[in-house]
Ligand binder design. Structure first.
Ligand SMILES: [Zn+2]
Length: 331
């Protein structure tokens, strides 16, 4: 909490008003040869703290944020504050942020989604690709992709089925009846990752508490894992991971950093309580801001934003995290 307060105090000292924020952005964008949007003249006059540039030739107004990442953004201050926090590796949820900056929850939500999208589009975050089903226990918030009347975690299964179906269609095959397989693949991953984090065998009840799976599903998944030789049951009702079972990232076959994986789970639970499957990749990029030192430099994230075209909110609404998500590395 102290880090947030300190960063907030510092931000207020540097950016007291909207004008200070406009000045900051102007100092970053002035170098990129501004020309009049109407007559293409370079004879533009900038008034300190104003976004409008006055052309001394035609004489009309141009906005220097037009066509940039900050296109049509009314107030810059909440944006610069969010970037300020991220560049310090401080992550706060939209609810806290909306109170701090006195903006609506919706505005705060959009700001963070747009910022994580900028990082995603830039594509310079290092990490490993891993299957989204490893994160099943975090999916406790609904999204537009959550099947009606079902728990938010069912979005994982629904997404797998969509992917399977379109893959089958592209192979010009009938979609196979593999519902059971697909469903349990996610649960099996979740059980493996949970068992792997524990040095001692875990009792059924405890496993259920940790994975939040129903008794029937957990029993079925455990039977399959035992048959595959992935887990063993050293005593009645207790389970541990088999020695030869390694948890791997799908592409590079390198091992996932278990400690980092669990700190991500912890990060999501403590900061956001839970997330939707749809935006998993956005939260992984937000987590990258916390753990990757290369991002903890003033201007890094702001420059990432300024190097991009405006991001349409429709792009954010229609985004769905892929099956293989990028899990950031720590460095
Ligand atoms: Zn002009």
């Amino acid at each position: 909490m102290k880090a947030i307060e300190e960063a907030w105090r510092e931000f207020n000292k540097n950016f007291q008003s909207e004008k200070d924020c406009v000045e900051k952005l102007w100092s970053k964008l002035a170098e990129s040869n501004q020309i009049c949007k109407h007559c293409k003249s370079g004879a533009l006059i900038n008034q300190p703290g104003e976004r409008a540039l006055h052309c001394s030739r035609c004489p009309r107004k141009s906005w220097f944020t037009a066509g940039t990442y900050f296109h049509r953004i009314r107030k810059l201050r909440p944006w610069l504050a969010a970037i300020w926090f991220l560049e310090k590796g401080i992550i706060i949820n939209s609810n806290e942020f909306s109170k701090l900056l006195e903006v609506s929850y919706d505005t705060a939500f959009r700001i963070f989604k747009k910022l994580s999208t900028a990082l995603k589009n830039k594509g310079n975050i290092a990490g490993e690709l891993i299957d989204s089903s490893y994160f099943l226990s975090l999916f406790s918030k609904r999204s537009t992709r959550t099947p009606a009347l079902e728990h938010p975690s069912s979005e994982e299964k629904a997404y797998c089925q969509t992917v399977e179906k379109s893959a089958a269609e592209s192979r010009k095959e009938q979609p196979q009846e593999r519902e059971g397989d697909i469903l349990l693949a996610a649960e099996k991953n979740l059980i493996l990752i949970t068992l792997n984090s524990s040095p001692a065998p875990i009792q059924f009840d405890e496993l259920q508490e940790l994975t939040k799976l129903s008794t029937g599903t957990l029993s079925a998944a455990l039977i399959l894992l035992e048959l595959d030789g992935n887990i063993s049951s050293p005593s009645r009702d207790s389970y541990s991971i088999s020695e030869q079972t390694t948890l791997q990232s799908n592409e590079s076959k390198t091992q996932i950093d278990q400690e980092l994986f669990h700190s991500f789970l912890q990060f999501v639970r403590s900061t956001f309580q839970g997330i939707s499957r749809k935006y998993l990749q956005n939260y992984l990029y937000t987590f990258a801001c916390q753990i990757q030192n290369s991002l903890h430099k003033e201007g890094t994230i702001l420059e990432t934003c300024l190097s991009q075209n405006p991001i349409n909110y429709k792009e954010i609404i229609s985004y769905v995290s892929p099956k293989q998500v990028l899990f950031p590395q720590k460095y």
